[in-house]
Design a protein around this ligand. Structure first.
Ligand SMILES: [Zn+2]
Length: 317
């Protein structure tokens, strides 16, 4: 009986394979380093072995698996199942990942970019449960996102929808990883918050942020800014307010365009809580149009570290 599903989470540094039942309960998990320097063939072979490993651990066979969901960094084509050179996976150029898995394991396989898969997981299992119009945004090394409407990911014409972090707020602003200037990601990702903090500290060193890094400006990270802001440090509070202003501005644009019921913010927003969320909510209510703004709840994402596992399996449940 096809009673279970398998999820595969492909990251630049680690691979994870999980086995779950049809309700999304994770029953087994195997993790291995990606060893991305050894190339895609090596990583795919590892993944195929890891699928058999989770099956063996649970006493199941390939015949019990109704589908495999694969969450991987984009760009990729969800229709053909081909991965196109994700920045964190060197050598994965036009890799027919879906075909490689299906021809070996003979199990239907669904490929999805990790931000969209995470959005679907939050919509199914996390803070988006019970809502039909869900916008998910993560704030970590980048700002990614996904749009889920009536339980389905909105892909756009060629799987490029949901790039919430690359809306341009400041045309002459800091350089973004995408090559443009002044994107939301170049202002509010973890490294961008750290860079703004380092620049501000260089101008005004009277801040307790530096005490958290032994006085070294180049070691300042977004988590130090958060911690100092919690302790009432004036510069750190100003940096968090500035981050919330840009995030709120970006979210207001999305609220006007997409009219979501709920906007779920991950990672840094979860760690910061209302310290960041309240000024974001205030900015959105000031900047967005009244009707969509009144509809959109802005809340922390709920799945935390389990999101990678649930992202992959949510593609096949
Ligand atoms: Zn960008």
């Amino acid at each position: 009986m096809k009673s279970h599903v398998v999820g595969i989470d492909i990251g630049g540094t680690k691979l994870a394979t999980v086995l779950a039942d049809k309700d999304g309960n994770i029953l087994q998990k195997v993790r291995k380093p990606t060893e991305s320097e050894k190339g895609p063939q090596h990583a795919v072979q590892l993944l195929l072995n890891m699928v058999d490993e989770v099956l063996n651990l649970s006493g199941l066979s390939r015949e019990n698996i109704s589908g495999i969901g694969v969450s991987c960094g984009g760009p990729l084509d969800t229709k053909t199942g081909v991965v196109y050179s994700p920045p964190n996976l060197p050598g994965w150029d036009a890799l027919p990942l879906k075909d490689m898995i299906e021809s070996e394991l003979h199990i239907p396989t669904v490929l999805e970019n990790d931000a969209n898969a995470s959005a679907l997981a939050e919509a199914r299992f996390g803070g988006g449960r019970g809502y039909d119009y869900v916008l998910y945004m993560t704030m970590s090394t980048g700002i990614g996102g996904g749009i889920v409407v009536n339980g389905e990911i909105y892909h756009g014409a060629n799987d490029s929808a949901g790039e919430v972090g690359h809306q341009i707020l400041l045309p002459d602003g800091p350089l973004c990883g995408c090559g443009k200037q002044g994107c939301l990601e170049a202002l509010c990702s973890g490294p961008s918050i750290a860079r703004r903090a380092q620049e501000a500290i260089a101008d005004q060193s009277n801040t307790s942020i530096l005490k958290l890094t032994g006085g070294q400006i180049n070691r300042v990270r977004s988590e130090h800014v958060l911690q100092a802001a919690r302790n009432g440090d004036a510069l750190a509070v100003a940096l968090i307010e500035e981050t919330a202003y840009y995030m709120g501005w970006g979210i207001a644009n999305l609220v006007n365009i997409l009219n979501p019921e709920i906007v779920l913010l991950g990672t840094i927003a979860v760690a910061a809580g209302d310290l960041l969320l309240n000024p974001i909510r205030r900015t959105v209510s000031e900047m967005a149009m009244q009707r969509p703004s009144e509809m959109a709840k802005i809340m922390p994402a709920e799945l935390g570290d389990s999101i990678g596992d649930l992202a992959a399996i949510s593609l096949v449940i």
